[in-house]
Design a protein around this ligand. Structure first.
Ligand code: SF4
Ligand code: SF4
Length: 262
């Protein structure tokens, strides 16, 4: 793993430990129930990459995978998101959100010239990666609108939520917490029948296809664990904006590579 600032390393390592414990417990108690009778075939419509201003959630284990495999580019694009209960999580922004953030920099970062520079460097790198970045819609910054297929430009390193979609939706999988774990996790499980985040055409679920549920089961469980852990961040980490920390790290790395090139 490249050299990272101390708080980021601490955060990733803490999360890895907690994640592994919860994952193990979830599997032991069969907390995630998958309906294997549902058939699904993706029509490649791309609607799930249009994040409708919420961004694509990214968790520490996603960031770790991106750092180890894909370098700094994807992970530096995470934006903090706060839910109605004040829980902080991180997400890849839409193209529109990215643009609006850049436009607002002179005002929001007026005392942070280093960060402004880092954002501009990132914009430059992103524009090279995705020529469609300037299409200001709600699609993810890594979504190549004009490509006929394979439109995710970070496919190999895409976040867990993207890997499992729509197998994470209620139509296919649910969290059912056994009584002995309800108090510990403070959740009952998924009870809603309505799913506003199911974007696939209904026809996708009727086509016959052989689903490899076994292959993606681990990712489905990981996705559910991530969602639960995102509401339980310890105070020492809840107060740090890792988005800003990562932008700083990106900037330092860019400077270092420039130095080495001169
Ligand atoms: S990371 Fe890739 S799969 Fe996920 S929303 Fe963005 S373009 Fe789509
Ligand atoms: S919304 Fe569903 S059908 Fe469309 S690309 Fe995403 S997973 Fe495939």
């Amino acid at each position: 793993m490249p050299l990272l600032p101390h708080p980021i390393k601490e955060w990733l390592s803490f999360y890895r430990q907690v994640f592994q414990n919860v994952f193990r417990e979830f599997e032991e108690h069969k907390v995630v129930v998958i309906d294997r009778t549902v058939s699904f075939s993706c029509s490649d419509c791309g609607r799930c990459c249009f994040t409708q201003d919420m961004g694509t959630f990214v968790y520490p284990n996603d960031i770790e995978r991106m750092i180890n495999g894909g370098g700094f580019l994807p992970l530096c694009c995470i934006f903090p998101q706060e839910d109605e209960w004040g829980n902080l999580s991180y997400a890849i922004p839409s193209k529109r959100e990215w643009y609006e953030t850049l436009q607002a920099l002179p005002e929001t970062m007026q005392d942070e010239p280093i960060l402004i520079q880092a954002y501009l460097q990132m914009d430059h790198a992103l524009s090279k990666l995705n020529p469609d970045l300037k299409i200001l819609d709600e699609s993810c910054i890594f979504y190549a609108n004009s490509k006929p297929q394979n439109r995710c430009l970070i496919y190999e390193y895409r976040p867990t939520g993207c890997r499992v979609y729509p197998f994470d939706r209620f139509k296919i999988s649910r969290v059912q917490v056994p009584p002995e774990l309800i108090e510990k996790y403070q959740i009952l499980g998924d009870t809603s029948e309505q799913d506003p985040f199911l974007y696939c055409d209904p026809a996708c679920f009727t086509q016959s296809s052989t689903l490899k549920y076994k292959r993606i089961r681990e990712d489905i469980v990981a996705d559910k664990v991530n969602a639960i852990l995102s509401t339980d961040v310890p105070d020492e980490f809840a107060e740090i904006d890792f988005s800003t920390e990562l932008f700083r790290a990106f900037h330092h790395r860019t400077l270092e590579s420039k130095d080495q090139g001169t």
